[in-house]
Design a protein around this ligand. Structure first.
Ligand code: SAH
Length: 349
């Protein structure tokens, strides 16, 4: 039994079954034993990997996207380059390498990281020493903003509900024979989706998206949101736990496995737009990266590489963009504040 499992078991024994959003928040963010608080989870030796860790090309193309937005914003002399959940800081380091191609753009960019994990803040500091760190979005500066979030929204807590014979239940974590297990608790939640099956809801995710939409609309700028998920709201249990690159049960090793869910982009887009921000149409990651020039950039890099390095770059590009790999499951959307239309490649014919 993990230390966190003992703590959660004690809470359930005194307060009753625990909603999944509370459970997820504790598993990921408990100050002492939370998954992100205690480790660097990335890479082969870790539990999972992410696009910027797979290839430098991913961050470089996002750097090109950011530079274009800076031009569309009429090249402000100072802007906030914000990243939510920057992981190891790899994506931002790759973005900044591209911005350096135009010294005025690099000078104008002030990097702001929204990150709760002390371990990952340390890793980020090594790659991007001059960043400013925030634990939430409320303290972000009131300046034109270009924002990036890759695999951030999937880590925010969700609740799950189920309709059985016309009655609504919430899926909660309880204790059965001394072990954590999922059970159903009657609920008064009004469900927007009809039919049987699991309905997921993330009030935390939606509230954050609404606040970000409001922020972008107030200060001006654009955000690029990348995550795995579905374009339209639908029933289905997408909660997943990962440990050492394998799926495990979400109740198996609290605090030692990453827990995420697929992002409902329809609901997320509605939340972004709630306070007046504009949300682009959704693109698949494959289409986005292709439009941004992943094939051309890969070819240019291949000319400088030999042997095994060539093979691994080609494999990485395929992994990021191929529909059978990350190219289709991962989606990309842009959110823009007042006066800015969704930037290229969104809306491009
Ligand atoms: N964007 C990175 C990391 C994705 S993992 C990449 O692509 O590699 C999720 C990141 O979000 C981690 O940095 C994690 O510590 C951070 N995170 C998770 N929940 C958070 C929260 N509520 N507030 C701020 N950061 C959070």
């Amino acid at each position: 039994m993990t230390a966190l499992e003992r703590i959660i078991t004690g809470m359930i024994e005194s307060d009753g079954p625990m909603p999944l959003d509370r459970y997820m928040a504790l598993c990921l963010g408990h100050p002492e034993h939370g998954y992100y608080m205690t480790r660097d989870p990335f890479g082969r030796a870790g539990d999972f990997t992410t696009a910027p860790e797979i290839s430098q090309v991913f961050g470089e193309l996002i750097g090109v996207w950011c530079m274009n937005v800076w031009h569309l914003l009429q090249k402000p002399r100072h802007f906030a380059l914000v990243e939510l959940g920057p992981g190891r800081g790899t994506l931002m380091a790759d973005v900044l390498r591209v911005l350096r191609k135009d010294e005025a753009c690099r000078k104008a960019a002030e990097v702001h990281f929204v990150e709760t994990s002390p371990v990952l803040r340390e890793a980020q500091r090594r790659l991007v020493p001059d960043a400013t760190w925030h634990s939430g979005i409320a303290s972000l500066p009131a300046r034109p903003t270009i924002l990036i979030a890759n695999e951030f929204f999937d880590a925010l807590p969700i609740q799950q509900f189920e309709r059985r014979e016309g009655r609504v239940f919430e899926r909660c974590v309880g204790v059965t024979e001394g072990r954590l297990s999922i059970g159903l608790v009657p609920s008064a939640m009004p469900l927007a989706l009809h039919g049987d099956g699991v309905v997921e809801d993330s009030s935390i995710r939606d509230a954050l998206a609404a606040a970000l939409g409001n922020h972008l609309n107030t200060v001006g700028g654009a955000g690029l949101i990348i995550d795995y998920g579905h374009a339209k709201s639908a029933t289905g249990d997408t909660l997943q736990a990962m440990k050492s690159h394998k799926f495990v049960s979400i109740t198996e090793a609290p605090g030692e496995a990453d827990i995420t869910s697929h992002v409902d982009f329809q609901s997320l887009s509605r939340a972004f737009a709630k306070e007046g921000a504009t949300v682009s149409e959704l693109m698949t990651q494959g289409d986005f990266l292709t439009a941004m020039g992943i094939n051309e950039r890969t070819e240019a890099l291949l000319r400088t590489l030999e042997g095994e390095k060539r093979q691994s770059l080609m494999a990485a590009t395929e992994r990021l963009a191929h529909p059978g790999q990350m190219g289709h499951l991962f989606k990309v959307t842009a959110v823009t504040g007042a006066g800015l239309a969704p930037p290229y490649p969104f809306g491009a014919a």
